[in-house]
Design a protein around this ligand. Sequence first.
Ligand SMILES: [Fe+2]
Length: 320
Amino acid sequence: MTVSQDYRPPTGEYRSFSQYKAIEYSAYFGTEFEGVDLTQLTDQQIEDLKVILAERGVVFFRGQDNLVEEKHIELGGRLGEHHVHPSWKGPRGPIFVAETRQSWANHWHSDVSFDQETPVKYSILKMEQLPPAGGDTAWASAELAYYKLSPSLRAYLSTLTAEHDSALTFGANSSNPHTGNDFKEEFGKDKPRFPRAIHPVIRTHPITGRQAIFVNRGFTTRIVELTKSESETLLNFLYNLIDRGQEFSVRFRWSLNAVAIWDNTQTQHKAIGDFLPNDRKGFRVSTKSEKPFFDGERKAAYPALYETEGWQRVLDINPY
Ligand SMILES: [Fe+2]
């Protein structure tokens, strides 16, 4: 996948989805479409959905009762090549059973960012069991977060790379108290694989050419070029920026058979862990992304939406 092949100019429109009612969760990020049946999308709508995801980060569709397992897998295959989780191989092929009774996804992350060649691009999560209360998912735009930083810091961050390690979340010795023992049993002795990867700290989106912060609290362990102390300080600064970013995050209240699709290139998400001890179960089909890259030249080719007067005003009233 090359940047030039994928580049398309932004329109800020919903193209073949404009026939549906769109509920925008914020001015810049997150849209819910009403009246869509995800099993009936045309080829044009699949292509348009990729561009909408590039521009809006995450989209929501409720009442997707028709998206049964086989159709769910099929939808993933239409959006890209299936990504099979390297650290969790369940009995259902490309279906990843996500966010069950445990709260291990209760920290900001980009799905499978520890995969060296092909982290997850699109995640398609369908919620099939709801707790009586709580259990929302939040998404943050790591792209909008990037555009809160000073040009000097942006330039410096673009020179760095970071290590991502699946063991941080999925390993038996994970710092997440809910993870270790349960996952040890689930992996079995011959199944565990805990990949590590080195990726640029700032990642370029292949469609828009915009930049986004690509380190996350769930999987990133260190910035390669810095000392331990420098790395921890800078990573915590970036994590805190995402944590505090209510002006560039949205929260989705699930309903039965609702589906969220997001682009992991420029977003992070977390399951809000406020539903325990009740269960919550979703099923996720994911697609492979390109190998993460940084390309500073692309910025000029695609004028950032966030350099508009509107986003500048958002920055003015939400300084960091
Ligand atoms: Fe996730």
